[in-house]
Design a protein around this ligand. Structure first.
Ligand code: GAR
Length: 216
């Protein structure tokens, strides 16, 4: 069973999907700590309701980005987690932080990276006129939403879609591919071959999700 620390900044629906998947018995994981950089994040109410340990670590209480990230890393290490999940954490993490959890930090992003990395991904996909978009779980490196892909889900972008409708459709898949990825880590099936991430014994080639989801 993998022990995870979760970093959030806002609403926390992806965190909720993790909490629910654990309580439904589909996801073999334990949340050792949730950290928010925003004290008003609705995600924290979800922690209170679910009895999940949480803390707030604010950037403005630290003199540098390094100090801020060290404070987060120390709390995560202290909680005993071996995987760090960015679930709507809206900050870039530096090399100091990442070197403490090598290949053990994952992020969910609402586009098929490398398309539409960064903020407002769904709005930019609509305005660009893309005919598909989706979401990605990837390992975090120092790039902006650019690390090695674990899984992507494809969502058709219809002419009548707007930012809101596309975001809603993508979010449904976010809530599936993020718990699924954590489960793959829990099962020890994530393997890195150079830059490429392979999920051992997964069924590849299945759209809209590649590789195929198993329990989620
Ligand atoms: C999600 O759509 C997630 O993909 C996105 O923020 C939202 C958080 O929602 N993350 C990024 O854009 C990271 N670059 P949530 O707080 O309800 O999980």
């Amino acid at each position: 069973m993998v022990k995870i620390g979760v970093l959030v900044s806002g609403r926390g629906t992806n965190l909720q999907a993790i909490i629910d998947s654990i309580s439904e018995g589909k996801l073999e994981a334990e949340i050792t700590l949730v950290i928010s950089d925003q004290e008003e994040a609705p995600a924290l109410e979800r922690c209170r309701k679910a009895g999940v340990p949480w803390e707030v670590v604010r950037r403005k209480d630290h003199s540098s980005k390094e100090d801020f990230e060290n404070a987060i890393a120390e709390k995560l290490e202290g909680s005993g987690c071996s995987l760090v999940v960015l679930a709507g954490f809206m900050r870039l993490l530096g090399s100091g932080f990442l070197s403490r959890f090598p290949d053990r930090v994952i992020n969910i992003h609402p586009s098929l990276i490398p398309a539409f990395q960064g903020l407002k991904a769904q709005k930019r996909a609509v305005e660009f006129g893309a005919r598909v978009s989706g979401c990605t779980v990837h390992l975090v490196d120092e790039s902006v939403d650019g690390g090695p892909v674990v899984v992507q889900a494809v969502v058709p972008l219809l002419p009548e879609d707007d930012e809101e409708s596309l975001s809603r459709k993508i979010l449904e898949y976010e809530h599936r591919i993020l718990p699924q990825t954590i489960q793959w880590f829990s099962e020890g099936r994530i393997e890195k071959r150079g830059r490429i991430v392979v999920v051992r014994e997964a069924i590849y080639g299945t759209l809209p999700v590649n590789p195929a989801l198993e329990k989620f």
